[in-house]
Design a protein around this ligand. Structure first.
Ligand SMILES: [Zn+2]
Length: 401
């Protein structure tokens, strides 16, 4: 069985670089593709070390590959007890892993990626001119970029959080990495990747940039980011990379083969559709997107399974919104309207009724009894989290005495 290697840079971007006039750019892209293919071909050793990976109390360890490709030869450079390193990549990886695991703990009371305190191992300076970063089911690995097109991948918090979210998906729904389940898998990583950044910066749905990987290009490259949840298809458009191919509606769904070159059926392409649905849900509900919208998505991810399709996931978010916030709550109506806007009709809700409801939701716009109740339940939720946090802090304080 080949190994799952979830990369941040999709194959169509590297493909495009092979057409560059610059031979260094072509060479780095080719090397990156070959190394990734080789990694996929290696047999996973995870089963043998699964025991070691668990029960780590989400402790972080950073290793320096010193531009090598064989992870067991990497040198340990920073651990939970150790001082900061003189190497910025090491510290950024360490901090990024920390912010991400804090996010899951504080927002969803989830203990690390597996919910059981899984250790977090990061590898920096992987390979030479490696234009990618990936999660291989056990550890997070960062390339330095070739310096011509891409730069050090530790520089982007949402890229780190995107990769780690693949771990959360693997331990919950286990969404298969092809076609629609694969695009949902990618979308979950973009959604939670962006939420980690928004949470750490204290941004609301309205003030966030909703970009993934705004920092991975070298300064000379004209591109906003790798992807945009707010406006899929607009993250970049230049001679080097071509145009962002993401659709933001089912009418633009792209059928690609389930091969590495075909991006496993367009997992990084069609993810634009559920990405946009999350963004629309978040701006309709308003405020901090990791609260009600994030919770609905997180609970829906936990309620999904290996072959979940877009329609199934949309229906699940609608049900979860009802369970969490009530039937016809502002949250549920926001979910309904968002999926409708990307061309997915929630099962069992007639089109006309859905339109009327979403119009009603727009008219209410924050007023109304339902909205008041939803706001109250959200406040209670936030308060509960605070109380739980306080209890944790007290327990931690007692333990140190
Ligand atoms: Zn990914």
């Amino acid at each position: 069985m080949s190994r799952t290697v979830n990369c941040i840079i999709p194959p169509h971007l590297l493909d495009k670089l092979l057409e560059s006039d610059d031979s260094d750019v072509r060479q780095a892209a080719l090397d990156t593709m070959l190394t990734t293919t080789r990694l996929r071909g290696e047999r996973s050793v995870r089963a043998a070390i699964a025991g070691a990976a668990a029960l780590g109390n989400s402790r972080r360890t950073i290793f320096d590959c010193q531009q090598g490709r064989f992870l067991p030869l990497a040198v340990l450079v920073r651990s939970e007890e150790g001082a900061a390193s003189g190497d910025k990549s090491v510290n950024r990886a360490f901090d990024g892993l920390g912010v991400t695991s804090d996010f899951y703990q504080k927002v969803f009371q989830r203990n690390s990626l597996d919910g059981m305190g899984m250790r977090l191992d990061g590898y920096v300076h992987f390979d030479r001119s490696y234009n990618n970063a990936f999660w291989d089911g056990r550890q997070m690995v960062f390339g330095d970029g070739d310096g011509r097109t891409f730069t050090d991948f530790t520089g982007s918090l949402d890229v780190i959080a995107h990769e780690l979210a693949h771990g959360v998906t693997e331990f919950t729904a286990g969404l298969a990495y092809h076609h629609q389940p694969g695009a949902l898998n990618e979308s979950m990583s973009d959604v939670f990747g962006s939420l980690v950044k928004q949470w750490s910066a204290g941004q609301t749905a309205e003030t966030a940039d909703w970009l993934i990987g705004a920092e991975v290009f070298t300064p000379g490259i004209e591109a906003d980011a790798l992807r945009s949840l707010k406006a899929p298809g607009t993250a970049y458009d230049n001679a080097l990379f071509g145009k962002d191919p993401q659709p933001d509606h089912m009418s633009g769904y792209v059928n690609l083969p389930n091969t590495e070159r075909g991006d496993n059926g367009g997992v990084h392409v069609n993810s634009g559709i559920p990405n946009k649905a999350f963004y629309l849900t978040a701006v309709r509900i308003g405020g901090f997107a990791w609260q009600a919208p994030g919770l609905i998505w997180y609970e829906s991810l936990k309620a999904s399974s290996i072959e979940t399709q877009f329609q199934d996931f949309a229906d699940t978010t609608y049900q979860q919104a009802e369970t969490l916030f009530g039937a016809d709550s502002a949250e549920q109506l926001a979910v309904l309207a968002a999926w409708q806007e990307v061309g997915i009709q929630i099962s069992g809700v007639p089109v006309g009724l859905a339109r009327a409801r979403s119009r009603a939701a727009d008219r209410n716009g924050g007023g109304g009894r339902e909205d008041g109740l939803a706001a109250l339940s959200q406040q209670i939720g936030a308060l509960t989290t605070e109380v739980r946090q306080l209890a944790d802090d007290v327990a931690a304080l007692k333990a140190t005495r």
